[in-house]
Ligand binder design. Structure first.
Ligand code: DQA
Length: 160
C-alpha cells in the first residue's frame, strides 16, 4: 500500500484500487498515458486550490481498501474512489463506503458504461453522492471540484 500526503486543510481521501498502480503502462489506449502519481498530483493541486488536503492510498488488496475507508471516518470529509474492477463486484467496499460519514465520489478514467457488459454495473454507485467517468485524468480534478462544491456550496472556503 502506498500513501501520498499533500498540504494541510480539510482532508479528502483518494482511494485507488487494483491495477491502477500500473497506469502509464497499462492499456494506454483505454486509460491514457499518465501514471497514477501524475493523476494524484493533479488531484492534490486541485484540492489545494480549494483549501483541501488530499491523501492518497492505493492497494491491490480489497481488505486494505476497506481498512483505509474505515480509518477515514471521523478524519476525512470526503472519499474519492476509483476501485478499479472491484467497482463491479465488491459489496464489501460498497458497505464500507455506506458506513463512511462524509461525501463519496466515484471516479473512472474510462467510461465503463460504454465497455464490456461486466463493467456496466457499479455496486458502489448506490452509496456514492455521484460518479464521474469517461473524462480520463480530468475526472480526478472534476471529482475534487465536486467534493469542494458539496462541502462548501457557497464557495467561501475556496482560494480561487
Ligand atoms: C476503471 C474501470 C474499471 O472497469 C477497470 O477495471 C479499471 C479502471 C477506470 O478508471 O476506468 O481498473 O475503474
Amino acid at each position: 500500500m502506498t500513501v501520498h500526503d499533500a498540504d494541510d486543510g480539510r482532508l479528502v481521501l483518494l482511494v485507488s484500487g487494483p491495477n491502477l498502480n500500473l497506469l502509464g503502462e497499462r492499456e494506454p489506449a483505454v486509460y491514457g498515458p499518465k501514471t497514477l502519481g501524475e493523476h494524484v498530483d493533479a488531484a492534490a493541486a486541485a484540492a489545494k486550490r480549494h483549501g483541501l488536503e488530499l491523501r492518497h492510498v492505493q492497494s491491490n488488496h480489497e481488505g486494505d481498501l476497506i481498512d483505509a475507508i474505515h480509518a477515514a471516518s471521523g478524519e476525512a470529509a470526503a472519499v474519492i474512489i476509483n476501485a478499479g474492477a472491484l467497482t463491479h463486484t465488491s459489496w464489501s467496499i460498497s458497505d464500507a463506503l455506506g458506513a463512511f460519514d462524509g461525501v463519496v465520489v466515484e471516479v473512472h478514467l474510462s467510461n465503463p458504461a460504454a465497455r464490456e457488459p461486466f463493467r456496466h454495473t457499479s455496486v458502489l454507485a448506490r452509496v456514492a453522492d455521484g460518479s464521474i467517468a469517461g473524462f480520463g485524468g480530468l475526472g480526478y480534478e472534476l471529482a475534487v471540484e465536486a467534493v469542494a462544491r458539496l462541502l462548501d456550496p457557497s464557495g467561501t472556503a475556496s482560494s480561487q
